[in-house]
Design a protein around this ligand. Structure first.
Ligand code: XLF
Length: 327
Protein backbone atom coordinates (compact mmCIF):
# COMPACT_ATOMS: atom_id res chain seq x y z
CA UNK A 1 0.00 0.00 0.00
CA UNK A 2 1.28 3.48 -0.84
CA UNK A 3 2.47 5.80 1.91
CA UNK A 4 4.40 8.99 2.54
CA UNK A 5 7.66 7.27 1.56
CA UNK A 6 6.22 6.40 -1.83
CA UNK A 7 5.02 9.95 -2.44
CA UNK A 8 8.43 11.33 -1.51
CA UNK A 9 10.15 8.82 -3.80
CA UNK A 10 7.87 9.48 -6.76
CA UNK A 11 8.13 13.26 -6.34
CA UNK A 12 11.90 13.10 -5.85
CA UNK A 13 11.54 15.08 -2.62
CA UNK A 14 12.56 14.33 0.98
CA UNK A 15 10.11 12.64 3.39
CA UNK A 16 10.38 15.57 5.81
CA UNK A 17 9.19 17.97 3.10
CA UNK A 18 6.21 15.77 2.24
CA UNK A 19 5.38 15.49 5.92
CA UNK A 20 5.56 19.30 6.33
CA UNK A 21 3.21 19.68 3.37
CA UNK A 22 0.70 17.08 4.63
CA UNK A 23 0.69 18.41 8.18
CA UNK A 24 1.01 22.04 7.19
CA UNK A 25 3.84 22.50 9.67
CA UNK A 26 6.47 24.47 7.75
CA UNK A 27 7.78 25.92 4.53
CA UNK A 28 7.41 23.94 1.27
CA UNK A 29 8.28 25.57 -2.05
CA UNK A 30 5.55 26.02 -4.66
CA UNK A 31 7.32 23.65 -7.01
CA UNK A 32 7.43 20.88 -4.38
CA UNK A 33 3.82 21.52 -3.42
CA UNK A 34 2.74 21.04 -7.02
CA UNK A 35 4.72 17.82 -7.38
CA UNK A 36 3.36 16.34 -4.12
CA UNK A 37 -0.21 17.27 -4.95
CA UNK A 38 0.07 15.67 -8.38
CA UNK A 39 1.32 12.37 -6.91
CA UNK A 40 -1.42 12.40 -4.26
CA UNK A 41 -4.01 12.75 -6.98
CA UNK A 42 -2.43 9.98 -9.04
CA UNK A 43 -2.50 7.68 -6.01
CA UNK A 44 -6.04 8.77 -5.19
CA UNK A 45 -5.23 9.42 -1.54
CA UNK A 46 -6.45 12.19 0.72
CA UNK A 47 -3.68 14.16 2.45
CA UNK A 48 -5.24 13.72 5.88
CA UNK A 49 -5.25 9.97 5.66
CA UNK A 50 -1.67 10.01 4.48
CA UNK A 51 -0.61 12.31 7.27
CA UNK A 52 -2.18 10.05 9.85
CA UNK A 53 -0.65 6.98 8.28
CA UNK A 54 2.80 8.41 8.97
CA UNK A 55 2.14 7.86 12.63
CA UNK A 56 -0.21 4.88 12.65
CA UNK A 57 0.49 2.32 9.97
CA UNK A 58 -2.77 0.50 10.77
CA UNK A 59 -5.53 1.86 12.98
CA UNK A 60 -7.38 -0.26 15.54
CA UNK A 61 -10.73 0.87 14.17
CA UNK A 62 -13.37 -1.24 12.43
CA UNK A 63 -15.92 0.51 10.21
CA UNK A 64 -19.40 -0.94 10.78
CA UNK A 65 -21.98 -0.10 8.12
CA UNK A 66 -25.54 -0.76 9.28
CA UNK A 67 -28.43 -0.33 6.85
CA UNK A 68 -31.00 0.99 9.30
CA UNK A 69 -30.06 1.95 12.83
CA UNK A 70 -33.70 2.36 13.91
CA UNK A 71 -34.39 -1.35 13.35
CA UNK A 72 -34.01 -3.16 16.74
CA UNK A 73 -32.29 -6.12 15.07
CA UNK A 74 -29.47 -3.87 13.90
CA UNK A 75 -29.25 -2.13 17.32
CA UNK A 76 -28.65 -5.55 18.84
CA UNK A 77 -26.23 -6.69 16.16
CA UNK A 78 -24.22 -3.46 16.44
CA UNK A 79 -23.85 -3.77 20.19
CA UNK A 80 -22.80 -7.44 19.95
CA UNK A 81 -20.22 -6.57 17.28
CA UNK A 82 -18.98 -3.67 19.38
CA UNK A 83 -18.52 -5.93 22.41
CA UNK A 84 -16.58 -8.62 20.53
CA UNK A 85 -14.47 -6.02 18.73
CA UNK A 86 -13.69 -4.28 22.02
CA UNK A 87 -12.55 -7.58 23.54
CA UNK A 88 -10.15 -7.98 20.62
CA UNK A 89 -8.77 -4.45 21.09
CA UNK A 90 -10.75 -2.67 18.35
CA UNK A 91 -13.10 0.32 18.38
CA UNK A 92 -16.17 0.60 16.15
CA UNK A 93 -16.80 3.49 13.74
CA UNK A 94 -20.57 3.31 13.15
CA UNK A 95 -22.01 4.32 9.75
CA UNK A 96 -25.78 4.30 9.14
CA UNK A 97 -26.33 3.87 5.39
CA UNK A 98 -30.16 3.89 5.29
CA UNK A 99 -29.85 1.31 2.47
CA UNK A 100 -28.75 4.24 0.33
CA UNK A 101 -26.02 3.54 -2.23
CA UNK A 102 -24.70 7.11 -2.23
CA UNK A 103 -24.45 7.21 1.56
CA UNK A 104 -22.66 3.88 1.59
CA UNK A 105 -20.26 5.05 -1.12
CA UNK A 106 -19.43 8.19 0.87
CA UNK A 107 -18.90 6.23 4.07
CA UNK A 108 -16.60 3.90 2.20
CA UNK A 109 -14.42 6.87 1.28
CA UNK A 110 -14.48 8.22 4.82
CA UNK A 111 -13.50 4.83 6.26
CA UNK A 112 -10.64 4.51 3.80
CA UNK A 113 -9.39 7.99 4.53
CA UNK A 114 -9.39 7.13 8.25
CA UNK A 115 -7.37 4.03 7.40
CA UNK A 116 -9.67 1.69 9.32
CA UNK A 117 -8.28 -1.82 9.83
CA UNK A 118 -11.40 -3.52 8.43
CA UNK A 119 -14.97 -2.96 7.28
CA UNK A 120 -18.22 -4.78 8.07
CA UNK A 121 -20.74 -4.10 5.31
CA UNK A 122 -24.30 -5.03 6.30
CA UNK A 123 -26.89 -5.38 3.55
CA UNK A 124 -24.62 -3.51 1.14
CA UNK A 125 -26.17 -1.72 -1.82
CA UNK A 126 -22.78 -1.27 -3.57
CA UNK A 127 -20.60 -3.71 -5.53
CA UNK A 128 -17.95 -2.23 -7.83
CA UNK A 129 -17.19 0.45 -5.20
CA UNK A 130 -15.48 -2.32 -3.20
CA UNK A 131 -13.31 -3.52 -6.09
CA UNK A 132 -10.21 -1.48 -5.34
CA UNK A 133 -10.41 -1.48 -1.60
CA UNK A 134 -7.23 -2.57 0.08
CA UNK A 135 -8.87 -3.19 3.46
CA UNK A 136 -10.35 -6.52 4.68
CA UNK A 137 -14.16 -6.59 4.38
CA UNK A 138 -16.81 -9.00 5.72
CA UNK A 139 -20.34 -8.73 4.36
CA UNK A 140 -23.55 -9.46 6.24
CA UNK A 141 -26.43 -10.73 4.05
CA UNK A 142 -26.00 -9.04 0.65
CA UNK A 143 -23.08 -10.49 -1.34
CA UNK A 144 -20.63 -7.90 -2.64
CA UNK A 145 -17.80 -9.56 -4.58
CA UNK A 146 -16.59 -13.17 -4.91
CA UNK A 147 -13.49 -12.23 -2.93
CA UNK A 148 -15.50 -10.95 0.05
CA UNK A 149 -16.73 -13.35 2.75
CA UNK A 150 -20.48 -13.22 3.47
CA UNK A 151 -22.19 -14.16 6.74
CA UNK A 152 -25.95 -14.64 6.96
CA UNK A 153 -28.67 -16.69 8.66
CA UNK A 154 -30.24 -19.60 6.85
CA UNK A 155 -32.97 -17.38 5.50
CA UNK A 156 -34.34 -19.88 2.98
CA UNK A 157 -34.90 -22.52 5.63
CA UNK A 158 -36.31 -19.89 8.00
CA UNK A 159 -38.95 -19.08 5.37
CA UNK A 160 -39.82 -22.77 5.07
CA UNK A 161 -40.14 -23.16 8.85
CA UNK A 162 -42.46 -20.11 9.00
CA UNK A 163 -44.78 -21.63 6.38
CA UNK A 164 -44.80 -25.08 8.00
CA UNK A 165 -45.62 -23.53 11.37
CA UNK A 166 -48.60 -21.53 10.07
CA UNK A 167 -49.79 -24.67 8.27
CA UNK A 168 -49.53 -26.71 11.47
CA UNK A 169 -51.76 -24.07 13.08
CA UNK A 170 -54.42 -24.70 10.40
CA UNK A 171 -53.80 -21.54 8.42
CA UNK A 172 -54.86 -22.18 4.83
CA UNK A 173 -55.18 -18.68 3.35
CA UNK A 174 -51.88 -17.01 3.99
CA UNK A 175 -50.62 -13.53 3.23
CA UNK A 176 -46.89 -13.02 2.93
CA UNK A 177 -45.44 -9.55 3.45
CA UNK A 178 -42.31 -9.53 1.40
CA UNK A 179 -39.31 -7.21 1.87
CA UNK A 180 -37.73 -4.96 -0.76
CA UNK A 181 -36.16 -6.85 -3.69
CA UNK A 182 -32.69 -5.45 -2.95
CA UNK A 183 -32.54 -7.41 0.35
CA UNK A 184 -31.05 -10.82 -0.44
CA UNK A 185 -32.04 -12.19 2.96
CA UNK A 186 -35.74 -11.44 2.66
CA UNK A 187 -35.85 -12.67 -0.93
CA UNK A 188 -34.55 -16.04 0.32
CA UNK A 189 -37.16 -16.05 3.11
CA UNK A 190 -39.80 -15.43 0.47
CA UNK A 191 -38.52 -18.28 -1.74
CA UNK A 192 -38.34 -20.73 1.16
CA UNK A 193 -41.88 -19.83 2.21
CA UNK A 194 -43.25 -20.15 -1.33
CA UNK A 195 -41.55 -23.53 -1.91
CA UNK A 196 -42.98 -24.94 1.33
CA UNK A 197 -46.43 -23.47 0.54
CA UNK A 198 -46.37 -25.18 -2.86
CA UNK A 199 -45.42 -28.53 -1.34
CA UNK A 200 -48.16 -28.24 1.30
CA UNK A 201 -50.74 -27.00 -1.21
CA UNK A 202 -51.45 -23.76 0.71
CA UNK A 203 -52.85 -20.75 -1.10
CA UNK A 204 -50.49 -17.80 -0.58
CA UNK A 205 -50.75 -14.18 -1.69
CA UNK A 206 -48.06 -11.61 -1.12
CA UNK A 207 -47.41 -7.92 -1.10
CA UNK A 208 -44.08 -6.17 -1.14
CA UNK A 209 -42.89 -3.50 1.31
CA UNK A 210 -40.49 -0.77 0.23
CA UNK A 211 -38.35 -0.59 3.37
CA UNK A 212 -37.83 -2.54 6.57
CA UNK A 213 -38.50 0.28 8.96
CA UNK A 214 -39.38 3.83 8.12
CA UNK A 215 -42.67 4.30 9.99
CA UNK A 216 -44.30 6.54 7.40
CA UNK A 217 -43.45 4.21 4.53
CA UNK A 218 -44.68 1.13 6.36
CA UNK A 219 -47.90 2.88 7.32
CA UNK A 220 -48.46 3.86 3.70
CA UNK A 221 -47.85 0.27 2.57
CA UNK A 222 -50.25 -1.07 5.17
CA UNK A 223 -52.96 1.43 4.28
CA UNK A 224 -52.73 0.37 0.64
CA UNK A 225 -53.37 -3.29 1.54
CA UNK A 226 -56.63 -4.88 0.52
CA UNK A 227 -59.04 -6.51 2.95
CA UNK A 228 -56.84 -8.43 5.38
CA UNK A 229 -59.78 -10.25 6.97
CA UNK A 230 -59.72 -12.80 4.13
CA UNK A 231 -56.44 -14.24 5.54
CA UNK A 232 -56.01 -16.55 8.52
CA UNK A 233 -52.20 -16.34 8.65
CA UNK A 234 -49.58 -13.66 7.88
CA UNK A 235 -45.83 -14.12 7.52
CA UNK A 236 -43.97 -10.81 7.80
CA UNK A 237 -40.37 -10.57 6.58
CA UNK A 238 -39.02 -9.11 9.86
CA UNK A 239 -40.11 -8.36 13.42
CA UNK A 240 -40.30 -4.60 13.20
CA UNK A 241 -42.56 -4.76 10.14
CA UNK A 242 -44.63 -7.43 11.97
CA UNK A 243 -45.07 -5.02 14.92
CA UNK A 244 -46.39 -2.35 12.56
CA UNK A 245 -48.79 -4.83 10.94
CA UNK A 246 -50.07 -5.93 14.36
CA UNK A 247 -50.76 -2.34 15.32
CA UNK A 248 -52.68 -1.75 12.13
CA UNK A 249 -54.72 -4.96 12.53
CA UNK A 250 -55.59 -4.09 16.11
CA UNK A 251 -56.75 -0.63 15.02
CA UNK A 252 -59.07 -2.36 12.54
CA UNK A 253 -60.44 -4.56 15.35
CA UNK A 254 -58.93 -7.82 14.03
CA UNK A 255 -58.23 -10.35 16.81
CA UNK A 256 -54.75 -11.91 16.97
CA UNK A 257 -54.36 -14.94 17.10
CA UNK A 258 -58.09 -15.89 17.12
CA UNK A 259 -58.84 -14.45 13.65
CA UNK A 260 -55.40 -14.22 12.16
CA UNK A 261 -52.06 -15.73 13.21
CA UNK A 262 -48.83 -13.82 12.69
CA UNK A 263 -45.20 -14.84 12.43
CA UNK A 264 -42.22 -12.52 12.06
CA UNK A 265 -38.50 -13.04 11.50
CA UNK A 266 -35.43 -12.06 13.61
CA UNK A 267 -36.30 -12.77 17.25
CA UNK A 268 -35.23 -9.24 18.10
CA UNK A 269 -36.08 -7.95 21.58
CA UNK A 270 -39.34 -6.23 20.55
CA UNK A 271 -41.09 -9.59 19.91
CA UNK A 272 -41.45 -10.36 23.59
CA UNK A 273 -42.57 -6.81 24.42
CA UNK A 274 -45.52 -6.87 22.01
CA UNK A 275 -49.01 -7.91 23.04
CA UNK A 276 -49.71 -10.60 22.03
CA UNK A 277 -46.05 -11.62 22.03
CA UNK A 278 -44.70 -12.36 18.56
CA UNK A 279 -43.95 -15.82 17.18
CA UNK A 280 -40.84 -15.48 15.05
CA UNK A 281 -37.87 -17.16 13.39
CA UNK A 282 -34.68 -16.79 15.39
CA UNK A 283 -31.59 -15.37 13.70
CA UNK A 284 -28.61 -16.45 15.85
CA UNK A 285 -27.59 -12.85 16.40
CA UNK A 286 -24.85 -13.50 18.97
CA UNK A 287 -23.23 -16.10 16.69
CA UNK A 288 -23.61 -13.78 13.68
CA UNK A 289 -21.82 -10.93 15.49
CA UNK A 290 -19.05 -13.19 16.80
CA UNK A 291 -18.49 -14.88 13.42
CA UNK A 292 -18.29 -11.55 11.59
CA UNK A 293 -15.74 -10.08 14.02
CA UNK A 294 -13.62 -13.24 14.10
CA UNK A 295 -13.51 -13.52 10.32
CA UNK A 296 -12.61 -9.87 9.93
CA UNK A 297 -9.83 -9.94 12.51
CA UNK A 298 -8.38 -13.12 10.99
CA UNK A 299 -8.10 -11.27 7.70
CA UNK A 300 -6.65 -8.18 9.37
CA UNK A 301 -4.00 -10.47 10.87
CA UNK A 302 -3.36 -11.94 7.41
CA UNK A 303 -4.59 -15.41 8.42
CA UNK A 304 -6.01 -17.50 5.62
CA UNK A 305 -9.81 -17.78 5.55
CA UNK A 306 -11.12 -20.17 2.93
CA UNK A 307 -14.91 -20.54 3.31
CA UNK A 308 -16.64 -17.71 1.50
CA UNK A 309 -20.24 -18.16 2.69
CA UNK A 310 -21.13 -18.67 6.34
CA UNK A 311 -24.79 -19.65 6.76
CA UNK A 312 -25.99 -19.89 10.35
CA UNK A 313 -28.97 -21.92 11.52
CA UNK A 314 -32.44 -20.45 12.08
CA UNK A 315 -35.19 -21.88 14.31
CA UNK A 316 -38.80 -21.27 15.37
CA UNK A 317 -39.64 -19.31 18.54
CA UNK A 318 -43.29 -19.90 19.26
CA UNK A 319 -45.19 -17.21 21.15
CA UNK A 320 -48.77 -15.94 21.49
CA UNK A 321 -49.44 -14.62 17.96
CA UNK A 322 -49.75 -18.19 16.71
CA UNK A 323 -51.34 -19.85 19.76
CA UNK A 324 -54.27 -22.13 18.91
CA UNK A 325 -56.08 -21.30 22.13
CA UNK A 326 -57.32 -17.88 23.27
CA UNK A 327 -54.85 -15.71 25.11
O1 XLF B 1 -32.15 -7.64 5.97
C1 XLF B 1 -33.02 -8.38 6.75
C2 XLF B 1 -34.38 -7.69 6.76
O2 XLF B 1 -34.58 -7.22 8.04
C3 XLF B 1 -32.57 -8.38 8.21
O3 XLF B 1 -32.02 -9.61 8.61
C4 XLF B 1 -33.83 -8.04 8.94
O4 XLF B 1 -34.59 -9.22 9.20
C5 XLF B 1 -33.57 -7.33 10.23
O5 XLF B 1 -34.76 -6.89 10.80
Amino acid sequence: MSNIREIAKRAGIGIATVSRYLNDTGYVSDESREKIQKIIEELNYTPNALARAVFTKSSKIIGLMVPNISNPFFNQLASIIEEYAKNMGYTIFLCNTDDDREKEKNYLEVLQSHRVAGIIASRSQCKEEYTNINIPVVAFENHILDSIITVSSDNYNGGRIACEHLYSKNCRRILQIRGPKSFEATELRFEGFMDAAKELGVKTSFIEFQSDFQVEMLEADINSMDDISQYDGIFVFNDIAAATIMRSLKKRGVKIPQEVKIIGFDNSFIGELLYPSLTTINQPIEEIGRTIVELLIKQINLEKVTVKDYILQTKLIERETTFSRDI
